[in-house]
Ligand binder design. Structure first.
Ligand SMILES: [Zn+2]
Ligand SMILES: [Zn+2]
Length: 401
């Protein structure tokens, strides 16, 4: 078990500032001190000299499908562990396994296996599971993206109520224009979920109805969502606002970007940050099973019947012109946002840690370097490569597969 640890010799990244020559002290699984004063180094603490690197809070990923060859929808404990281990190597310390479209049986199997893995967490399991993101199957048919479309449908109480029984669902997505969406949103809000709209061709007024039912977030901004032209095609004139205008116009709405540099250009990444600010924009990986795997053909979603995509080592492709989610970990997203989009590191790291933690209501326990919070810490090199990962105060062996 862990004991007292003290990180020194680097710059700590806080949500609002950097602390050069910082001291971050931990006792067992908690952070006990963050600051500059060397006098606060506990006597028996093991000193970890980060040698000029960055001391960052562990990353929190609210939208992630898999990694290391596995998809959470494979629904086995091995698949869950493989995905969590592979994301921990990229600095993610907390994640929300995300469902794809699929059968009721496949979704229930994923929920059961995830709940099991959550209970039996140890450091060898990698990133810790804070809950499930029920993402598929309640998508609009015309915005299904790379998910298999046979598996997508409208929400019915009969189907979704059992999913919520175990309490593991903490984030819940549904397309706002589907029949039954308002009831789904209200049900998910009562179960204290972050309620989100995604894979949707909904209009401003449908978004506004959804908002009144508790919807507060939109999945992967600019991907599989409505635009003014797509709403015009669906509902005619006068032209109406889409999800895009609704999110930009409503300060209580948050969203997320896939910042792998392949889905969105640097100016779009910057634009999203400027419009929503770091308190309402999350970085997600939306990563599939091809993370840390050689280029090739893989299944998106369940290994048995998920749709096929090709990884070129940089991103997934459903066909030569349409993307099929990312193949990168959160460290890559951080580098893209800072080094390519030129966004300050405090904001970039906030969007990958405190902001998602706040949106799911877990910011008292995780999301920043603060006394009293869980000791989830990532040591990054000056060029933002992952050097060491600590989860709940324990060192994760990044190299072991
Ligand atoms: Zn998606
Ligand atoms: Zn996704």
């Amino acid at each position: 078990m862990a004991s007292s640890l003290c990180f020194t010799g680097g710059t700590a990244i806080l949500p609002d500032r950097l602390i050069p020559d910082a001291v971050v002290a931990c006792s067992n699984d908690k952070i006990t001190y963050v600051g500059q004063s060397q006098t606060r180094v506990p006597k028996q603490a093991r000193i970890v000299d980060v040698k000029g690197g960055w001391i960052s809070p562990g990353f929190v990923d609210i939208h992630v499908h898999g990694g290391g060859g596995s998809d959470f929808m494979d629904g086995t404990s091995e698949a869950i562990q493989q995905s969590c281990v592979s994301h921990a190597r990229h600095g993610t310390t907390t994640l929300f396994p995300t469902t794809t479209t699929g059968s009721t049986r496949q979704i229930q199997a994923m929920l059961d296996a995830t709940a099991e893995a959550q209970k039996s967490w140890s450091i060898e399991m990698g990133a810790s599971i804070a809950g499930v993101h029920l993402y598929g199957p309640f998508f609009a048919k015309d915005k299904v993206g790379c998910h298999s479309d046979e598996g997508c449908r409208s929400p019915s109480q009969q189907e979704f109520r059992p999913y919520f029984k175990s309490g593991i669902i903490k984030i819940a997505t549904c397309a706002a224009e589907l029949p039954g969406a308002p009831a789904f949103y209200r049900y998910a809000s009562r179960h204290h979920c972050l309620v989100t709209c995604g894979h949707s061709n909904s209009s401003w007024s449908e978004m506004d109805t959804a908002f009144k039912c508790g919807m507060r977030h939109v999945d992967h901004f600019w991907c599989a969502m409505s635009t003014v032209p797509s709403i015009r095609q669906r509902l005619g004139v006068p032209m109406q606002g889409s999800m895009l205008e609704y999110v930009l116009g409503n300060p209580d709405m948050s969203t997320e970007v896939i910042a792998d540099g392949m889905h969105l250009s640097r100016e779009l990444l910057r634009f999203a940050w400027q419009m929503k600010t770091a308190t309402r924009l999350c970085l997600v990986t939306d990563c599939n099973r091809a993370l840390d795997m050689p280029p090739g053909k893989y299944r998106f979603g369940p290994q048995s019947d998920g749709s096929w995509f090709t990884s070129d080592g940089k991103v997934g492709w459903a066909n030569p012109t349409s993307l099929a989610s990312s193949v990168s970990g959160m460290d890559h997203m951080i580098r893209t946002m800072h080094q390519k989009a030129g966004i300050p590191l405090t904001d970039v790291v906030r969007m990958a840690s405190l902001t998602p933690a706040e949106r799911v209501g877990m910011n008292d326990a995780i999301g920043s370097l603060k006394a009293g919070k869980q000791a989830d810490i990532v040591i990054l090199s000056p060029r933002l490569k992952v050097r060491q990962v600590y989860i709940r105060g324990q060192l994760f062996q990044c190299t072991k597969r």
